[in-house]
Design a protein around this ligand. Structure first.
Ligand SMILES: [Zn+2]
Length: 64
């Protein structure tokens, strides 16, 4: 997801602020736009969407 122009991985919660140069893939889950960093992409491709956190979950954890 994206907060204040910072991308956060919906799987591992890595942010573009803490990890410069990280590539994020924009995707859609349940109609919600999500972001996934490249190191988490295999988990989704070979696994399932179960590892993806909702934007509400990521936002709640990120604000802490
Ligand atoms: Zn990730």
């Amino acid at each position: 997801m994206e907060i204040n122009n910072i991308q956060i991985c919906n799987v591992c919660m890595r942010s573009s602020e803490e990890s410069k140069g990280t590539v994020f893939i924009k995707a859609v889950q349940n109609g919600e736009e999500i972001h996934v960093c490249t190191s988490c992409i295999p988990h989704i491709i070979h696994g399932s969407g179960d590892v993806v956190k909702s934007n509400a979950t990521v936002a709640a954890e990120f604000q802490q």
